[in-house]
Design a protein around this ligand. Structure first.
Ligand code: 5AD
Ligand code: SF4
Length: 479
């Protein structure tokens, strides 16, 4: 099969951040009518890896596919369009994708018209794209994070031609509005407020794969929130690689605190947001979070390391002292605050002392939850060029030690729930015990309890009787 390349990714172009105004475009499909005919009685299957941005992209892709008539299936063997939406943030996420494509490629034999597409952050890296091309001749569509709005036209081209198509442009990116969405959940929704990242932390591939920071217009965000409120959504989560940077690329005069406040006034019961960079978290944001009951008192504040030297090498733009002061201010002004974080162990040449500084920071902050990672070199990032003298076994020992330190406080925090009653948004039937329901407290603790399935999507009161490290057990309280 021949390959047609519309655009091929390029990490140098992906690094470009020429200052220019954010470009706003409305979504447009050239072959909509033709696609309605092609999609008739056909199925699609999408599997997404990685972060909330990818999950939200999947919802957009599903919305587009369903708008022309494709039906969602959970079994790829009966799908006419298969899309694997990939993540590049660490190597193990990539390894899983290779495994999955290996399993899916056989379906091309039984369905010659199958569209087998790979998208997301992995294919934004030229070397990885080359590996995929060499390994999997069955894949006939590659598209990047900037081409999602063109999905239907890309499928049309692959379906009506006998070639493989690659359309991945490394660019700063636009803001595309008026894209459909088929949301994963009927009472919890993600709302993008800013795309991309300009921070270029030295270990991270995201600024290359997702382009420059670009904010949606304030009114477009609020229109979406208003619609979600009208549809009776109970929880929204504002999304951005760094939500604090909201509005800095626009001259509308709104910042992230304004987004939070305006949404809070609309009365959505639960408002969350992720992720916040410690570097530009403003006091105004802290005050707005404290002021409104429906803004959840949960802040995800990735620290990455407790050592100033490591933070400097990571290009994080803050010191341990700055971070700890920010945490102090947050804890002082936001009663009941629940703090979570991301931590990387084993950054190149991290010494035992530097690692101990991360442990002491963790002990001091007392996080209520945390995501921990072993450093994974990402080709094309500055950190990947550093010769590393730390062995993998040292890294995994440090990783286990870190988790132990974190768990001391997480367990203590979970214990403090026992005997008290909390508002829980009921998510569904428990994944581990089908006789139980599960849901989340306002502070984002997972709770299991017995109850009627009709409660799914509602906020109920649950009294906590038992605590485990990562979940709580309780009983419904009738009002
Ligand atoms: N290696 C390990 N962890 C990483 N993260 C980002 N890049 C890497 C990497 N190269 C982690 C950071 C980030 C989270 C989303 O993933 O902790 O906050
Ligand atoms: Fe990656 Fe840093 Fe941007 Fe987060 S802030 S996406 S870690 S570069």
């Amino acid at each position: 099969m021949k390959t047609k390349i519309i655009n091929y990714p390029d990490l140098v172009a992906a690094r470009n951040r020429e200052v220019h105004d954010t470009v706003f475009l409305d979504a447009k499909t050239n072959h909509f009518t033709e696609m309605e005919l092609i999609a008739k009685d056909k199925n699609y299957y999408i599997h997404t890896y990685g972060c909330q941005a990818n999950i939200r992209d999947e919802e957009t892709m599903r919305g587009m596919l369903e708008s022309v008539g494709y039906r969602k299936v959970d079994d790829p063997s009966i799908a006419d369009v298969i899309i694997i939406n990939t993540c590049a943030v660490r190597e193990n996420a990539e390894d899983k994708v290779y495994g999955e494509i290996g399993n899916l490629k056989k379906y091309r034999k039984s369905n010659k018209k199958l569209v087998l597409g790979i998208c997301g952050c992995m294919v934004e890296q030229p070397e990885i794209l080359q590996i995929l091309q060499d390994k999997f001749s069955e894949v006939n569509l590659y598209f990047g994070t900037h081409e999602i709005d063109q999905l239907l036209d890309l499928i049309y081209e692959v379906y009506t031609n006998d070639y493989r198509l690659i359309s991945i442009k490394s660019k700063q990116g636009e803001v595309i509005e008026k894209l459909p969405a088929s949301r994963n959940n009927e009472f919890k929704a993600y709302v993008n407020i800013i795309y991309g990242c300009n921070k270029f932390c030295t270990y991270c591939i995201v600024p290359y794969t997702r382009g420059k920071e670009r904010s949606r217009k304030f009114s477009d965000i609020m229109d979406e929130v208003r619609e979600l409120k009208k549809a009776n959504y109970q929880e929204i989560t504002f999304l951005g690689q760094n939500v604090n940077a909201y509005g800095k690329d626009l001259d509308e005069g709104f910042d992230f605190a304004d987004v939070l406040e305006e949404a809070a006034k609309m009365g959505i019961p639960r408002i969350r947001f992720t992720t916040s960079h410690p570097w530009d978290f403003s006091s105004k944001m802290i005050e707005i979070i404290a002021k409104y009951d429906n803004i959840m008192k949960c802040i995800h504040l990735p620290v990455q390391s407790g050592s100033n030297e490591v933070l400097r090498l990571m290009g994080r733009r803050y010191t341990r002292e700055h971070y700890l002061n920010l945490v102090k201010e947050m804890r002082r002004k936001i009663p009941g605050l629940s703090l979570s974080t991301d931590i990387i162990v084993g950054f190149p040449n991290e010494t035992e002392e530097q690692f101990k500084e991360t442990l002491s920071l963790v002990d001091e902050v007392k996080y209520e939850s945390a995501f921990t990672f072993i450093y994974s070199p990402r080709r094309g990032t500055p950190a990947a060029k550093i010769t590393d003298n730390v062995s993998y076994s040292d890294k995994s020992r440090r990783f286990k030690e870190l988790v132990k330190h974190l768990e001391v406080n997480i367990e203590k925090d979970s214990n403090s729930y026992i005997g008290n009653t909390y508002k829980v948004l009921v998510d569904g039937v428990s994944k581990t015990d089908s006789s139980m329901l599960s849901g989340y407290t306002e502070s984002n603790k997972l709770v299991h309890f017995k109850g009627d399935i009709n409660l799914v999507g509602k906020i109920v009161k649950v009294k906590i009787n038992e605590s485990h490290t990562y979940s709580l057990l309780g009983e419904l309280v009738n009002e």
